[in-house]
Design a protein. Structure first.
Lengths: 154, 131
């Protein structure tokens, strides 16, 4: 039960934080993205943000919105949970490398985000009170490629 | 009578849709978890009740309809988020929760029922093939 609390809690964190990524200008997100250039954490990452992301900001902002909404949605219902926990780790790393050195940031916020997703991945938390737990017996008895893949991702 | 785990899952997701009304009680403009206001106060509980009834009665068509309804609302919210016309009166957080309920109910509604032994009420045995 506590694993489900962790999973749903982390899901709501992502869901809530989709709320302030507001199209069409995504002004708040642009500010945090610019932090990666103004307060660099990792030089190659800052270069990519400056020369690839910011010139195409609207596209990347929409992708961020859709990605984080999907992480929240799939973790919330516990479907393909291990896959989405890995994606959550990746997105948490991207956020960490964007804002870690910005003023007034508490670096452990981001370390804890990563650690929470590692916990969800390691425990396959979607199998407890999640759809992975309901669907894995169906996938296990199926012969198709997709069910086999979903067994791995859950 | 033991209900099918997929029906239990549909019921649980429907209850989550109804219970999400609790987010409308938040008063902070910053820490509001999920934006829940306007037409969202109707969309979430009505479709949630539809899923609950479908789960309890075992009528999968109701579960599918609820999932499709949440999906349509999610697309609408995504299209109107940040615009002057916003029928559901939500934000990206509203879209994400609608998306979760849509995916969950559609997956449960269309999942095959043969050879099923899973449960929503606890962890299942870990498969050695899944690591």
């Amino acid at each position: 039960m506590l694993l489900a609390v962790l999973r749903v809690g982390v899901a709501i964190m992502w869901i809530e934080n989709v709320g302030w990524k507001r199209p069409p200008d995504f002004s708040s997100l642009r500010g945090f993205t610019t932090d990666a250039v103004e307060h660099p954490v990792l030089s190659p990452f800052s270069w990519v943000v400056e020369h690839v992301v910011l010139p195409n900001f609207t596209f990347f902002a929409w992708m961020t919105l859709l990605l984080e909404a999907s992480i929240g949605a799939f973790l919330f219902i516990g479907l393909a949970t291990r896959l989405w926990a890995l994606i959550g780790i990746g997105q948490s790393l991207a956020i960490t490398m964007s804002v870690l050195n910005a003023p007034n940031e508490w670096e452990w916020s981001y370390y804890l985000m990563i650690l929470a997703h590692i916990g969800i991945f390691a425990t396959a938390a979607g199998r407890a009170y999640g759809l992975d737990g309901v669907l894995r017996p169906i996938w296990r008895s199926s012969n198709g490629r997709l069910p086999r893949v979903l067994m791995r991702l859950s | 009578m033991t209900r099918h785990p997929l029906d239990q899952a549909a019921t649980t997701l429907g209850v989550a849709g109804v219970a999400s009304l609790v987010f409308s009680a938040t008063t902070s403009s910053n820490n509001n978890f999920v934006t829940m206001q306007g037409a969202g106060l109707i969309v979430f509980p009505v479709l949630g009740l539809c899923a609950v009834v479908g789960g309890i009665t075992g009528r999968r068509i109701l579960v599918r309809l609820a999932g499709a309804g949440y999906g349509a609302a999610a697309i609408l919210q995504l299209a109107q988020f940040g615009r002057s016309t916003n029928w559901i009166d939500g934000s990206g957080s509203t879209f994400a929760l609608l998306l979760a309920l849509a995916i969950g109910l559609l997956v449960v509604g269309f999942a095959p029922r043969e050879t099923h032994t899973g449960t929503l009420t606890g962890p299942t045995r870990r498969s050695s093939s899944a690591g």
